[in-house]
Design a protein around this ligand. Sequence first.
Ligand SMILES: [Zn+2]
Length: 76
Amino acid sequence: MLLVLDKLVDKEEGKLFMRESMKVCKVCDQPKHEGLQLLYAFICTDCEKEIINTSPEEERYDYYVERLKACSYQKQ
Ligand SMILES: [Zn+2]
């Protein structure tokens, strides 16, 4: 079963699909179709909603900010 999956992923169409319509979210590290492209980072719609619904007092908020900061430092 795993071998079959590997072959499917190796197909040229699979690579093209991954490259053109999926981006890796900088917050959850998952490849997603939809999201927000920032200057240095891509954020999926799920994480975008999470960030919006998280207040700066919450511990999770710092985590999101750190993830996004790390992205901008990498590019400089
Ligand atoms: Zn995400």
